[in-house]
Write a protein that binds this ligand. Structure first.
Ligand code: ASP
Length: 340
């Protein structure tokens, strides 16, 4: 029988109503899980539960929490067939992305899930999210970090939260779901990452001074000048379309050049949910390319931020970080770009 380790980090799924609003409660999840009838049914894997000491609303997640999750998976890696991480939805896509980079050569499923309505409430979506995640975590086909929510299994580093109140709260706009839970669990075999022959390697992340700048028409770049100093290691620009930025009098480029002179790694992502950045296709993005910015291609901002954090945490030289930002490491961008 398959064995799954459930990690409870906090989040709505295990929260209870308090005078201050919904909050996670120590010991609460163990009791709630013991009351889920499906967990004891035939066909379900057996499970153990680890409840973290620091139970959080996921808005409070830090790199230390990511390190704790990654190290817990590593410590129990050989004893379990798969892992389910119960997590708040607000930053689940960031955590899934971070873990995908931290857990190199992963050969077992790590499935993040949560819910929009707590397990203890009427009409909760927690039951299906939990049970189906357990089944995916027991699958021999998956060798990567995934996010399961609302009937869809998504690649973790491609997922974004798209709804603050819908039960179908996540999407991976740039690739189809890895699997869908209908009457059967239907996998898209050709989308799945291959197994690895190498042993799992875990990287601890360190906090890195990174900024995300979303471009909009009429943006007053001067406002951002004070942050574009040598104190800034990485800058993710959310540009228009294929990576374009407005020129004109209030041009961004001089500021970007200054950040580049300070050796910041500048990564261009798109505000569009689908498609890729293609620097130099339009004159409005050529300047970014000349200033030394690199392309995030089809990466989500969540993936770009966590990948930068990962590459900086590896202690790589900045030119190597720039190179690797354009290389597909864990399926975070399209596979025409080589795995290394
Ligand atoms: N604020 C909650 C959290 O992210 C929302 C949720 O879990 O759905 O922890």
């Amino acid at each position: 029988m398959k064995k799954i380790l459930i990690l409870y980090t906090g989040g709505t799924i295990g929260m209870v109503r308090t005078k201050e609003g919904y909050q996670p409660q120590t010991g609460g999840i163990r009791r709630l899980l013991s009351e889920v009838p499906d967990l004891g049914m035939e066909g379900m894997p057996v499970y153990d539960l680890i409840e973290f000491d620091r139970l959080i609303d996921s808005s409070d997640v830090t790199v230390e929490d990511w390190n704790r999750i990654a190290r817990t998976v590593e410590a129990h890696y050989n004893a379990y067939d798969g892992f389910v991480v119960l997590h708040g939805t607000d930053t689940m896509a960031y955590t899934a992305s971070a873990l995908s980079f931290q857990l190199a050569h992963l050969n077992k499923p790590v499935i993040l899930t949560g819910s929009q309505i707590p397990l203890c409430e009427l009409r909760s979506d927690a039951n299906d999210n939990l049970i189906t995640s357990m089944l995916f975590a027991a699958s021999d086909r998956l060798h990567e970090v995934c996010l399961y929510f609302g009937g869809k299994l998504l690649r973790g580093n491609r997922a974004v939260k798209v709804s603050s109140d819908g039960l179908n709260a996540f999407s991976s706009p740039n690739i189809p779901p890895l699997a869908e839970a209908g009457i059967r669990l239907n996998y898209r075999e050709n989308e799945l990452l291959p197994a690895s022959d190498l042993p799992l390697t875990v990287t601890d992340l360190s906090p890195v001074p990174i900024a995300v700048l979303k471009i909009f028409p009429g943006i007053q770049y001067r406002v951002f000048e004070p942050i574009l100093t040598e104190g800034l290691s990485g800058l993710v620009l959310e540009a228009f379309g294929a990576g374009n930025i407005p020129g004109g009098e209030e041009a961004l480029l001089p500021f970007i050049r200054r950040a580049a002179e300070h050796d910041a790694v500048i990564v261009v992502c798109s505000q569009c949910l689908k498609g890729e950045v293609s620097l130099g296709t339009y004159a409005t993005s050529m300047g970014l390319k000349r200033a030394g910015a690199v392309s995030g291609y089809g990466m989500t901002t969540e993936a770009a931020v966590t990948k930068l954090t990962y590459l900086f945490s590896l202690g790589l030289p900045r030119d190597e970080i720039r190179r690797l930002m354009e290389v597909n490491l864990r399926g975070e961008m399209s596979s025409e770009r080589e795995f290394i």
